[in-house]
Design a protein around this ligand. Structure first.
Ligand SMILES: Cc1cc2nc3c(=O)[nH]c(=O)nc-3n(C[C@H](O)[C@H](O)[C@H](O)COP(=O)(O)O)c2cc1C
Length: 209
């Protein structure tokens, strides 16, 4: 592989492009598409979204201290893109995209998007004014999941949700499963081919995340 060296820029892909729903005490509500997002702590559960202060949604989140991260599916991809190129100052994005606001379990103001299979309800704990974007660090107060994705043993089968990813300006639906967490060190059935290299001394895979 021969590499070109580029100047520093944002090149961490793929990312989820999520639909962040928010509202203030006056009843104003918005949906903003956000790709600058991620999990930042397992315990307590925390995530962040980075949003430019000029966005209409920024004010709602800053004032209410709440937002919901709604995961995007193939069915929701067009709405997700639309909410990322139009402002809540000019449009009612809920009506324009045919989306339904539904009550959050643990938030007072921000609604969840009923059509999204996973709604992550967040409360802002800190705002880091980094530059172009302000980073909202938030605690996850509750997660709503579509019952049809939960099996009889209570396990969530997210692979069936049709989730999408955002990579360098393009959207993709998640495809072929390549393995499961820790599969690279798990004991293989007798007769299966071993990967080349030294055998690790029987260690279990490390904890997830
Ligand atoms: C795929 C995608 C990802 C985006 N990611 C972000 C982001 O991480 N932060 C941000 O401030 N804006 C992001 N945007 C832009 C906002 O979603 C967009 O400016 C939106 O129209 C703002 O809406 P609002 O004014 O109603 O808040 C993204 C847009 C798209 C299409």
């Amino acid at each position: 592989m021969t590499k070109q060296v580029w100047r520093g820029g944002n090149m961490l892909y793929p990312l989820p492009a999520v639909m962040v729903s928010c509202a203030d005490a006056s009843g104003a509500s918005d949906i903003v598409t956000v790709a600058w997002t991620g999990t930042i702590c397992t315990n307590p559960p925390m995530l962040y979204v980075s949003i430019r202060p000029e966005r209409a949604s920024y004010q709602l989140i800053r004032e209410s201290g709440e937002f919901v991260v709604n995961l995007t599916t193939r069915r929701l991809q067009r709405a997700c893109d639309w909410c990322g190129v139009r402002s809540g100052r000019d449009y009612d994005k809920w009506a324009e995209c045919g989306l339904t606001p539904a009550p959050a379990a643990k938030l007072e103001l921000a609604p969840v998007i009923a059509e999204s299979p996973v709604n992550i309800e967040c409360k802002v704990t800190e705002v880091k004014e980094l530059g172009s974007h302000h980073m909202f660090l938030a605690s996850v107060e509750a997660v709503q999941v579509d019952e049809s994705l939960v099996d009889a043993r209570g396990r969530l089968d997210l692979a069936r949700a049709g989730l999408t990813a955002y990579s360098h300006g393009e959207y993709f639906e998640l495809g072929q499963r390549l393995g499961t967490f820790g599969y690279s060190v798990r004991k293989k059935p007798i007769g299966a081919k071993k990967p080349a290299g030294k055998k690790p001394a029987g260690k279990k895979p490390a904890a997830r995340g």
